[in-house]
Ligand binder design. Sequence first.
Ligand SMILES: Nc1ncnc2c1ncn2[C@@H]1O[C@H](COP(=O)(O)OP(=O)(O)O)[C@@H](O)[C@H]1O
Ligand SMILES: [Mg+2]
Length: 284
Amino acid sequence: MFRWETSAAADKFHSPPHENEKLAMAKRHRRHATRVCFPEQDAPVRQLPAAGCRDKVRGMENGNSQLVARDLKRSFRMGPRRIEVLRGISMEVRRSEAVFLVGASGAGKTTLLYTLAGLERPEEGTVDFEGQRLYAGSSQTQAHIRNTQMGFVFQSYFLLPELTALENVMLPGMIGGRVMGDAAADSLRAVGLAERLQHLPAELSGGEQQRVAIARALVNDPAIVFADEPTGNLDSKTGEAIMDLLLSLARERKKTLLVVTHDPHLATLGDRQLHMADGVLTEG
Ligand SMILES: Nc1ncnc2c1ncn2[C@@H]1O[C@H](COP(=O)(O)OP(=O)(O)O)[C@@H](O)[C@H]1O
Ligand SMILES: [Mg+2]
């Protein structure tokens, strides 16, 4: 039986998808792999947004705001060049709404999603989640917020191959110090996998693996689920079924959804679309 014994091990659970994703990114940018850089974990947020920006964002906040980003900036050095990926993005997500983030490959969707989820510290700007300033607390506090209030679904599932579907879904609860066998089994039933609890990921289809990942994202009853191209590795029919499932579970359970997709048809299924290009967002 798989066991998580220490908080250090617990903390690591939040790293694997992140670390793996970094690795995937590094591979994508293999030519520049040695130059791939990520911000220091404990680097301070360098500067508060300008007063004008604060006023603008304050104007759009309301009692139902769950996630508020202010003037996010992030750039990457690529050889001699510096690419400005986030050029001062401000946005707001309300509780229980389904927001789709679309844009061309390389537009910075993943960078923005990770920044909003507390996984990648911006060079400038702030992210407030449920009134708490992400990146202001310790990395342990940030990991706790992610473990208890956020769920994550990734393009390539990020299931641990040596664990069964049930054990994979139990992981977030075990990290929180709870034994969640029943909740994990319920979550797998909710995604239609009641008959697959003891299967290993390799014994499941791509669509089924993504269902396990959705069950894992929901098992801790998070307030928000972040999904980065959750249908990117699936054929269009399976992808649509997965997106329908994610949306219907989120609506039924009143979860906020923030989904990156490159599929313009799927992007219409949510409540709102944000388009990302040239480091800025436009609504519509
Ligand atoms: N770790 C990194 N190092 C260097 N450049 C990066 C890194 N991560 C992303 N980028 C660059 O930032 C831009 C946006 O990347 P990304 O957020 O992954 O875009 P998207 O998800 O929209 O495809 C791309 O030009 C990419 O090459
Ligand atoms: Mg991406």
